[in-house]
Design a protein around this ligand. Structure first.
Ligand code: SF4
Length: 276
């Protein structure tokens, strides 16, 4: 059991916890990796390409202090995605210049300890700077889902409002900027670059319809969900083993023991209630 005073809630942890609540994430993996920090998730190739792209755009380095590397083929050549990322850098630099976004700091960490609570929230801003004489946040995305209106991580302006796994970042960071920097409703921009071609990229400003209402909903959500998380830390997260999930799980990949692991499927019962 960990002391709940160590609980640090990031927007990526929130998303994983939502997945856990919906049975899409294994609770034991979440506990071991994201709370106990016993092991790390191995970054996927799209994540590695995204980190490298950001490094080329802003000089942002990995959290462990290493320099991001491009993903290469077995022959040591840049993959097609890495080559496209390299080409997208010029788009980003042109955008910054055209929009007169004055970059001040990259990878700025903001932390806020909730008063009278045993947790903090934490976020790392890709870029903090100025636009139109106002302090502003710019987040860089590289995505193969530009224009996709169906997927959780699809970047489609008309459905962004419904994409809670994307738009929580806007609310989360605006809240952090308000509480830690004293900037109310800081402007939040996205530079979204395609990993499928070197042409498509988007520039969005994500606004809240009502800042005070969103901040209040956000606080309510945290004050509801954090006690659930603390309860799970005390009494145990529910494992959600499945053959494919366990096969790809970081605990399996990194040789950690897990008493819940499944390498055969759980029996399911199917009912026939007539002849159709
Ligand atoms: S091996 Fe399976 S049960 Fe164990 S933590 Fe991973 S996903 Fe969960």
């Amino acid at each position: 059991m960990v002391k709940t005073s160590k609980l640090s809630v990031s927007q990526s942890f929130l998303k994983k916890y939502w997945d856990y609540q919906n049975g899409l994430e294994c609770g034991y993996a979440l506990y071991m990796i994201d709370i106990m920090k016993q092991l790390e998730r191995k970054p996927t190739d799209p994540m590695l390409t995204g980190s490298w792209f950001e490094y080329l755009c802003t000089g942002s380095i990995n959290r462990n202090g290493t320099i991001p590397e491009p993903v290469k083929t077995t022959k040591g050549m840049l993959t097609a995605e890495s080559k496209r990322a390299e080409l997208q850098v010029a788009n980003f630099k042109r955008l910054i210049e055209r929009e007169k976004f004055d970059i001040q700091r990259v990878d700025e960490t903001l932390e806020y300890y909730f008063p009278n609570q045993n947790f903090k929230i934490k976020g790392v801003l890709d870029i903090l700077g100025f636009k139109d004489d106002s302090e502003a946040i710019l987040d860089i995305k590289s995505s193969g889902l530009i224009g996709n209106e169906w997927e959780d991580y699809g970047w489609h302006a008309g459905t962004f409002n419904m994409r809670r796994k994307l738009n929580i970042q806007v609310v989360f960071y605006k809240y952090l900027a308000w509480k830690t920097m004293g900037v109310r409703d800081i402007p939040f921009y996205y530079a979204i670059h395609s990993t499928k071609n070197e042409i498509d990229f988007l520039f969005w400003e994500a606004q809240l319809l009502d800042f005070d209402v969103s901040m209040s909903h956000f606080e309510d959500m945290l004050l509801e969900i954090v006690p659930d998380i603390e309860m799970a830390i005390s009494f145990g997260f529910t494992p959600h083993p499945e053959v494919r999930r366990c096969f790809k799980c970081p605990l399996t990949e990194q040789g950690f023991p897990c008493e819940f692991r499944r390498d055969t499927p759980e029996k399911q019962t199917v009912i026939i209630d007539g002849i159709y």
